[in-house]
Design a binder for this molecule. Sequence first.
Ligand code: ATP
Ligand code: MG
Length: 559
Amino acid sequence: MTTESTSAPNFIRNQVREEIEAGSVDTVVTRFPPEPNGFLHIGHAKSICLNFGIAEQFGGGCNLRFDDTNPAKEEQAYIDAIKADVEWLGFQWAGNVRYASDYFDQLYAWAQHLIREDKAYVDDLSAEEIREYRGTLTEPGRPSPYRDRPVAENLDLLERMRTGEFAEGGKVLRAKIDMASPNINLRDPVLYRIRHASHHQTGDKWKIYPSYDFAHGQSDAIEGVTHSLCTLEFEDHRPLYDWFLENLPVPSRPRQIEFARLNLNYTVTSKRKLKLLVDKGIVDGWDDPRMPTISGMRRRGYTASSIRKFCDMIGVTRAEGGMVDIAMLYHAIRSDLEDNAPRAMCVLKPLKVVLTNVAEDHDEVFEVPGHPARDDMGVRKLPLSREIWIDADDFMEEPPKKFFRLAPGKEVRLRNAYVIRCDEVVKNASGDIEELRCSVDFDTLGKNPEGRKVKGVIHWVSAAHAVPVEVRLYDNLFQVEAPDRDRDVDFLEHLNEQSLSVVQGYGEPSLAEIKPEDRFQFERVGYFCADRHAAAEGKRVFNRTVGLKDTWAKIQKKG
Ligand code: ATP
Ligand code: MG
């Protein structure tokens, strides 16, 4: 795979380089640790590019480890989708896929170890009581009445928790650290909860499941992870991460380093909220092209390299609360497709034009480049016949001054073909325009008309040769920049009701045979991608990836 788009310097990469140069780190091992409770989104892409990118840059490895400690919310389908997404993004994990559940036996033994060292105990307080006893930022916590249970009793109770003797919520195992610590995470955090749930990897073997905190760092240590990169909300968990490593006989000493999570405007990046959109049927599944999921973006027409490029552009810092402009993401895909997508003409709002001086049996084919700057994309054939489709928006009966497209008595160039003049507007009984009757100036192919300037160029498709296409025009799913910022307003209130419109158009013959995910620039319109599901069923459906106008590049120029 190409590495050039995943190697922009950042503070973590710099730190790793220094450590390697100083000899304190030998081989870099990172990991990407998704919880399989939903599909990956663009925020995860940032983490993936960082973790896999660093391993790649320094010749190490990146593990894919499912953080599967909460069986109630996890599913095999999510595991499969996550693996597919990581691979599609262009990354390969080191060795086999790993699961935190691979280490359940070891974690359990380590829990027993902590008990024996008088550093853990079984607590009978309810979740609510534990919260109450925990204190606040300004008040220290109070010790649980069960805090001083003897070692043997703790070992016995933990074993009975494991085999399912107690009800969910009846008991937990907690670390015995410091109920007065200024860091609330150190006030006897929960290590194990009872869950009578079947697990996608371990079946019914376990009735207790480790907490994220107890599983994560130890899994890192077992795998020999050197740098455990996570988002800033875990910064306050780092002392706990380190406490476990210091108090357990772990085989290695990973280090946690935090970075700021990606927030993208007009978007939500929380699996819980994305799942709600799916469950409520607001979108057409996790890979709906409006979803900020990797699979949704893929279906929309994003390339893997454009997503990697975007992750490079946004960088990695510790600055919290920043919001990335979605225009930057659009810029990343647009510039990729500008260079790599073949051109085609497609009329989305068809208006019939009869070329009155073109014979019924006119048979002319223009050969035009597949891409203006890419000879390797060959040529495409554009037939012309007496009737063509143009876009209704390219005609105005009463045009304003600067309208350089078609109007009664006015001329316009058909892209790659002749200049035509509109001689007549034909309407039906209710006054709607039915067709235009235009005449061709045959002396204008590849040259300007004699004695006058024609500024406008419009796209068109020969009606006799046109292929019908369905085009899905996507817009942002939310109307406001930060749909989930306001705690008092449901983010669903901010849905953009116009996020999808479907039109039936006509494409040039080169669109007749398409494969899933074929991408095109529809000239003058935007970038489009053959919907992978529809195309697999032989249907011609295009998803609009992004329009042509680059607001991000404009902002950059001004800035
Ligand atoms: P979500 O809130 O969407 O469920 P999460 O953090 O709970 O996100 P995980 O599956 O636990 O999801 O995340 C896997 C990895 O991806 C973690 O290391 C996490 O920090 C990282 N990650 C998740 N969301 C973002 C984001 N918006 N920006 C950067 N990294 C992220
Ligand atoms: Mg999580």
